[in-house]
Ligand binder design. Structure first.
Ligand code: HEM
Ligand SMILES: *[C@@H]1O[C@H](CO)[C@@H](O)[C@H](O)[C@H]1NC(C)=O
Ligand SMILES: *[C@@H]1O[C@H](CO)[C@@H](O)[C@H](O)[C@H]1NC(C)=O
Ligand SMILES: *[C@@H]1O[C@H](CO)[C@@H](O)[C@H](O)[C@H]1NC(C)=O
Ligand SMILES: *[C@@H]1O[C@H](CO)[C@@H](O)[C@H](O)[C@H]1NC(C)=O
Length: 594
C-alpha cells in the first residue's frame, strides 16, 4: 500500500479490495435452507447453488412438489381438514352411540389407525447425524430417528433463512412463557393417575443417553417392550428375576409385595448420593426412584407380573422358569397396549368413537410391524405442565421438595391410598403456556437446548409435514396477546419459531388439554408405536403366544381398574379422569370389593 502515490488511488484500491473480499466471503446459501420442497418432497442440493426436489410418490410434482397430480386434487377436495375430523370425532354423541359396538366401529377404528400411522415412515429415515438416507442411520439403534432432517449446518441463520441471527436464551424463554403463574387444571379432567402413567409408560422408550452427544437413546427396544419393568439389558433382567416360576424378585412388607431394595438386588438406580441402599428400590427403569407415582406403578406391574405367572403355572405345570417369565412378559406388554389405547388414548383424545385395541383390524392393510422412536416424539412428550403445585394424599399436602426421591411415601400410604389420591387430584393443562411448576422449568430449558444441539427444524415445517397449515403470524398461533407479542419479539418471524415452544405454547383447542399440533403430531407416533409392536402382527396375535386362551384373554380384557384392584387389598377410586359425580367423589373404604 505504501506504493500508492496518490491518496485517491489508494482509497480506490482499498475499496476494490474490500469489494472482492466481501463478495468472496458471501457464501452461496444452501438452497435447502429455504425448505423449498413441499408435501414431503426431498431436497437434494445440486452443485453449489441449485437443488432438486424429489417428489416421488408424494402425489405432487413441479420444482417444489407443490403441484397436485389429478388424483391428489380429487383426494384433497374430498379430504376433510384435521380440524373438521376432530370436531366430528368429539361431537354428535347420538351418531357415535350408534357407531360404538356396531360393525362400523371397526371401520372407523381402522381408519384412525391407518390415516395416523401412514404419516410415519417405516422403516425409519433420518437421524441427528444423517440428513439423508444411509445404512448407518437405519442400522444403528442407538440413535433416535428423525421425521425431518436436521437444519443444514451451513445455513445463514439458526433456523434456516428466517428469524433472528441469535435464538432467544432458553432460560429466558421458559421464565417468560412456560413458568406457571396460577395452576390451570386440565379442562378435560385429567388427573395425576394419568400423569404418572404417561411418565411411567413413556420412559420405557424415551431414555435419552446424556453421556453421549444429543440425539442418542439407551432404549434399544424402540417401543413398548416393558423394559421399564424388566430392565434394558439381559444382565439387569437376570438380577431382577427370582428365577423361580417366572417371577420377579420382591420384598414383602406387612404381607404386601413391593420392589426389592438395591441392598438385595444390586442394580444401578439413580438416587441422591446420601441415599442408603436399604432405601433404594430396585426397578427395571433406573430413574423411577424419582417419584412415588412411578414406584407406585412399578409396584403394580411387579405384582401383576407375579400374579400372571401363578395363573400360567397352573395351566402349564411343566413349563420352566424361563418360559413362564418370557410368556408372562408378552402378556404384560399386551396388557399395557390394551390399557393405553382403550383408556389412556381414549381419555386424551376426547373422542366419542369408542377406541378398540384389535390388531386384526390391520391384517389386510399395508402396515409394517416395526417401530423406531423419533427425537421429535420424545421432545413433544415433555408434558411437565401436568404436575400440580403440591401433592394431596390422604389429607396431607406434600410439597415438591418432600415428594421427590421419597421412598417412604409409597411404603407409608400403600398402593391403594396413592391410587385413590392421584385419581382424585387434577393435573395441569399441558399446552397454552404459563403452566409449568418452577420445579420442572429447567427440564423445558434442557429440551430447548437439546433441540438446538440437534438442529430440529422450525415448528411450521413440522406443521406442513403433518398436513397442517403453517401459521402465518404469532397472533394466529396464540390467542394470548402477551405470548404472541413476546414470541414475535424474540423470534422475529413465525417461520423461525422452534419446535418445542411451538408445540407447548400453541393455543389449546376449546376445553382441551392440548393444542392442535400436539394431537396431530403426537397421535401418529403413538399409534404407530402401539400397533407396530410384534405382538400385534399376524404370527404373534394368537392364543399360543400368550400361553393359551387364558393368557390371551388376560390381554384382551385388561383394564386399569383390574391392574390396580386384582393386586390390592381394597379397591380405591381409579381412573384417568377426576371424579365426575357424587358417587365417585365419596371416599372409599378399605372394604370395597372390585
Ligand atoms: C415432578 C415430576 C417430574 C420431574 C421432577 C421430572 C424431571 C425430569 C428430568 C430431570 C428429566 C431429564 C431432563 C434432561 O436431562 O434432559 C425429564 C425428562 C423427561 N420427562 Fe420428566 N419429570 C417429571 C414429570 C414428568 C411427567 C409427568 C411426564 C409425562 C409425560 C414427563 C415426561 C418426560 C419425558 C418424555 C422426558 C424425556 C426422557 C428422556 O429423554 O430420557 N416428566 N423429566
Ligand atoms: C420453489 O421454491 C423456491 C425457493 O423457496 C422459490 O424461489 C421458487 O419460486 C419456487 N418455485 C415454484 C415453481 O414455486
Ligand atoms: C361411545 O363411546 C364413547 C367413548 O368411549 C362414549 O363416550 C359414549 O358414551 C359411547 N356410547 C355408547 C352408546 O356406548
Ligand atoms: C452408533 O453410532 C455411534 C456414533 O457414531 C457409535 O459410537 C456407536 O458405536 C454406534 N453403535 C453401533 C452399534 O454401531
Ligand atoms: C417423605 O415423605 C414423608 C411423608 O409425607 C415426610 O414426612 C418426609 O419428611 C419426607 N421425607 C423427605 C426426605 O422429604
Amino acid at each position: 500500500m505504501k506504493d500508492c502515490s496518490l491518496l485517491s488511488t489508494c482509497v480506490f484500491l482499498l475499496l476494490l479490495l474490500e469489494i472482492t473480499a466481501s463478495s468472496g466471503d458471501t457464501r452461496v446459501v444452501n438452497p435447502c435452507c429455504h425448505y423449498p420442497c413441499q408435501n414431503t418432497g426431498v431436497c437434494v442440493r445440486i452443485g453449489t447453488e441449485s437443488y432438486s426436489c424429489d417428489c416421488t410418490r408424494t402425489g405432487f410434482y413441479g420444482e417444489n412438489c407443490s403441484l397436485p397430480e389429478l388424483w391428489t386434487r380429487v383426494r384433497l377436495m374430498l379430504k376433510p381438514s384435521p380440524k373438521a375430523v376432530h370436531f366430528i370425532l368429539t361431537h354428535f354423541q347420538w351418531f357415535w352411540d350408534v357407531i360404538n359396538n356396531s360393525f362400523l366401529q371397526d371401520t372407523f377404528m381402522r381408519l384412525v389407525l391407518t390415516v395416523r400411522s401412514d404419516l410415519i415412515p417405516s422403516p425409519p429415515t433420518y437421524n441427528s447425524k444423517y440428513g439423508y438416507l444411509s445404512w448407518e442411520s437405519y442400522n444403528n439403534l442407538s440413535y433416535y430417528t428423525r421425521l425431518l432432517p436436521p437444519v443444514p449446518e451451513d445455513c445463514p441463520l439458526p433456523m434456516g433463512t428466517k428469524g433472528k441471527p441469535v435464538l432467544p436464551d432458553p432460560k429466558e424463554l421458559t421464565e417468560k412463557f412456560f413458568k406457571r403463574r396460577q395452576f390451570r387444571p386440565d379442562p378435560q379432567g385429567t388427573n395425576l393417575m394419568f400423569a404418572f402413567m404417561a411418565q411411567h409408560f413413556t420412559h420405557q422408550f424415551f431414555k435419552t443417553d446424556h453421556k453421549f452427544e444429543a440425539g442418542f437413546t439407551r432404549a434399544l427396544g424402540h417401543g413398548v417392550d416393558a423394559s421399564n419393568i424388566y430392565g434394558e439389558d439381559l444382565e439387569r433382567q437376570h438380577q431382577l428375576r427370582l428365577h423361580e416360576d417366572g417371577k420377579l424378585k420382591h420384598q414383602l412388607i406387612d404381607g404386601e409385595m413391593y420392589p426389592p431394595t438395591v441392598a438385595e438386588v444390586p442394580v444401578h438406580m439413580v438416587y441422591p448420593e446420601s441415599f442408603p441402599n436399604e432405601q433404594r428400590l430396585a426397578i427395571g427403569q433406573e430413574v423411577f426412584g424419582l417419584l412415588p407415582g412411578l414406584t407406585m406403578y412399578a409396584t403394580m406391574w411387579l405384582r401383576e407380573h407375579n400374579r400372571v405367572c401363578d395363573i400360567l403355572k397352573v395351566e402349564h405345570p411343566t413349563w420352566d422358569d424361563e418360559q413362564l417369565y418370557q410368556t408372562t412378559r408378552l402378556i404384560i406388554i399386551g396388557e399395557i397396549i390394551k390399557i393405553i389405547i382403550e383408556e389412556y388414548v381414549q381419555h386424551l383424545s376426547g373422542y366419542l368413537l369408542k377406541l378398540k385395541f384389535d390388531p386384526s383390524l390391520l391384517f389386510n392393510a399395508r402396515f409394517q410391524y416395526s417401530n423406531r422412536i423419533a427425537l421429535e416424539f420424545c421432545q413433544l412428550y415433555h408434558w411437565h405442565p401436568l404436575m400440580p403445585d403440591s401433592f394431596l394424599i390422604d389429607g396431607d399436602e406434600i410439597p415438591f421438595s418432600q415428594f421427590l426421591y421419597n421412598t417412604s411415601i409409597l411404603l407409608h400410604y400403600g398402593v391403594e391410598k396413592l391410587v385413590d389420591a392421584f385419581s382424585r387430584q387434577p393435573a395441569g393443562q399441558v399446552c397454552g403456556g404459563h403452566n409449568s411448576h418452577a420445579a420442572v422449568l429447567s427440564v423445558a430449558e434442557k429440551v430447548i437446548r437439546e433441540s438446538r444441539a440437534t438442529r430440529v427444524q422450525p415448528f411450521n415445517e413440522y406443521r406442513k409435514r403433518f398436513n397442517l397449515k403453517p401459521y402465518t403470524s404469532f397472533y394466529e398461533f396464540s390467542d394470548d396477546k402477551e405470548i404472541a407479542q413476546g414470541l414475535e419479539e424474540v423470534y422475529g418471524d413465525i417461520d423461525a419459531l422452534e419446535f418445542y415452544p411451538g408445540i407447548l405454547l400453541e393455543k389449546t383447542r376449546p376445553d382441551s388439554i392440548f393444542g392442535e399440533s400436539m394431537v396431530e403430531m403426537g397421535a401418529p407416533f403413538s399409534l404407530k408405536g402401539l400397533l407396530g409392536n410384534p405382538i400385534c402382527s399376524p404370527h404373534y396375535w394368537k392364543p399360543s403366544t400368550f400361553g393359551g386362551e387364558t393368557g390371551f384373554n388376560i390381554v384382551k380384557t385388561s383394564t386399569l381398574k383390574k391392574l390396580v384392584c386384582l393386586n390390592t387389598k381394597w379397591c380405591p377410586y381409579v381412573d384417568f379422569h377426576v371424579p365426575r359425580n357424587e358417587e365417585e367423589r365419596k371416599p372409599r373404604k378399605p372394604s370395597t370389593e372390585l
